[in-house]
Design a protein around this ligand. Structure first.
Ligand SMILES: [Zn+2]
Length: 180
């Protein structure tokens, strides 16, 4: 440390999104475009392995996609985006595409999953920051309505998702979104 450590600034206008090709996604069977910008953002956890580096995340994403398509019969990985513990955002279905993550809400929402089980784990600050930046960009580019509502999956369905520790941070995240 040299005593001149620059104050960490977060550029709200940028977030790196790892594209599908980079995690070896297979093509969707079908895709439906959303008719208007998302009104709701639904936060999920995968309830699977906690991933915090690409060596773990990349094969795990392919596994999740396989599960969603082969076992659950979805057309593609269910979520629009996934975020790993190292704060990397992975493209799922991406912006503007109807997901399969929250019954009856898919057509007007974006589903974002944190990779891990947050009944046990605490979400990292890197992953939370990535979510805020992703949403900021989503609004900026017109994929998400500026007045969108941030909810946890359990707010709209009978589920423990997105896990107690992540769910309890949602009020703080809403506050932070207000301030940007
Ligand atoms: Zn969920």
């Amino acid at each position: 440390m040299d005593g001149h450590t620059p104050r960490k600034t977060v550029d709200m206008n940028s977030v790196a999104v790892v594209c599908r090709r980079a995690w070896n996604a297979v093509d969707p069977r079908d895709r439906t475009e959303m008719k208007s910008p998302a009104q709701t953002v639904v936060v999920h956890h995968t309830a699977l392995r906690y991933c915090s580096n690409p060596r773990d995340s990349v094969p795990h994403l392919a596994h999740i996609q396989h599960m969603h398509m082969q076992e659950r019969g979805f057309d593609d990985i269910g979520y629009n985006f996934l975020i790993s513990g190292d704060g990397v955002v992975y493209e799922g279905r991406g912006w503007g595409i109807v997901g399969a993550h929250a019954k009856e809400h898919n057509f007007h929402s974006v589903g974002i999953a944190f990779m891990g089980n947050f009944n046990d784990e605490l979400p990292s600050s890197a992953s939370l920051s990535a979510l805020l930046r992703l949403l900021h960009i989503g609004v900026l580019h017109g994929h998400v309505q500026p007045s969108f509502v941030l909810v946890g999956h359990r707010d709209v369905a009978k589920t423990a998702c997105p896990g107690e520790h992540l769910y309890s941070l949602l009020p703080k995240l809403r506050e932070q979104l207000q301030n940007h």
